[in-house]
Design a protein around this ligand. Sequence first.
Ligand code: XMP
Length: 512
Amino acid sequence: SIWIVDFGSQYTQLITRKFRELGFTSEIMTLEDALEKLKGEEPKALVLSGGPQSVFEDTTDYSPFFSRPKLPILGICYGMQILGQYFGGKVEKGVQGEYGLAKLRTVPGFNVPGMPAESDVWMSHSDHVSVLPKDFKLIFQSENGLTAGIKHELLPILGLQFHPEVHHTVHGKDVLGYFLNEVAKLKTDWSSKTMLETSLEEVKAIKGSKVLCAFSGGVDSLVAATLTQRVIGDDLHCFFVDHGLLRPQDIHHIKLLQEKTSLKIEIIDATDMFLNALHGHKDPESKRKIIGKTFIDVFEKKVHEYEKSHNVKFDYLLQGTLYPDVIESISPHKKGGKSVTIKSHHNVGGLPERMHLKLLEPLRFLFKDEVRAMGLELGLQHEWVYRHPFPGPGIGVRVLGELHKDSIRKVQESDQILFEELKSHKLYDSTWQAFTVLLPVKTVGVKGDGRVYEEVIAVRMVNSQDGMTASLTEVPWSFLNRVSSRICNEVKGITRVVYDCTSKPPGTIEWE
Ligand code: XMP
């Protein structure tokens, strides 16, 4: 297959995903693994990903890659700087980087099918190739006149300073398709048709086992559970942990699923345990870790009780793990190497080992949109499958700083207003995610005839394809006006509403 060498870019997995959309399979691996594997195998093509490091500190010998004249190579961002330097070009430290959306110009005389002379691309770099390497020609330039793409005159090698794998690069797929079809001249080998069958096969293989699911009601766990139940029926049992950091719509959703599906879902109310454990903690990472640990404690205790009272023993833990999570755990990110952990995301990390459970992850080769398509195929309602993502720690990371019952209430009530207005303005489905955040600042306002000194709610609405990058959703002023006015009038303790207009990067989607 195609090998993607991961230098720790936040976007590496998207390369695999875009390749799949184009009909090609690929594997992500570390630099060390690629160099080792190369001793006995030949990849069809090689991609060198972006990464946070700088070629000035990189002492790796890349000749095993570049000394194979037939091997098609695509260098993206850092990967382009590596090949630029290797082939005798000059990489320069940037004074001012290029981050976020930028305009790309195609050099006259060069042509990628489907791509206009000028288009929007996603950039995230400060170093750049300032002198072209030998035998390379310039194919793309950024609006600042910097080198944004190079191509070898004789060898199948392409370098891109921008990220073609990111959704915001409008013609990114055209560029990747150009590399695969015209530079590397490869034949397609992936089709999504067999997706559901492959996942069902995986569950069939463990038929007869007892399966446990930490159910969140989100798309991934719902699809994973529905799929599993279709094969093993009542041998699947779902537990839903209510940590008290849910929105009204989440409770409603779980009750609805209990009623409308044949899944066995048991709700565990553990609000007090979570709030006690979180007491006095302000730091986002500490809060995330405490929520994760408490989740495991509560879950484990409940499952043991259940096993005892029902005289069963669970064999498997079902997880709605998706491909991006799998890649993250095999990439250097986790090994303390190249890239940095931005946030600790997983609630159930460490659970299977602790409870001596085997893992069942029938969605682990899929991306979010593929899981949604599968959900519809399984007959789940559109509304359930297209729910906005909601983070495991819930409102825990939407009240900035320390959590109190009253601050949780402010987020619950304001979020409910936003949700109702999104639905009634028919805007819910046109945004990836929308939510409210309580800011720990007080501002002066006037209510009735009196002066008040109360807190602020931020409304965040973003468009995204995968949560990896995001841009703000443009909404009508009248909508914002309505939301703001309802929140200030109906949520006690709030006098001001602001709209967050930050992309990711540099902001993350959640505030903590
Ligand atoms: P960030 O804030 O990292 O979020 O830009 C990207 C996407 O992930 C969601 N998110 C989480 N999901 N557990 C989750 O299951 C978490 O701890 C968590 N933190 C963030 C976030 O809502 C967005 O969709």
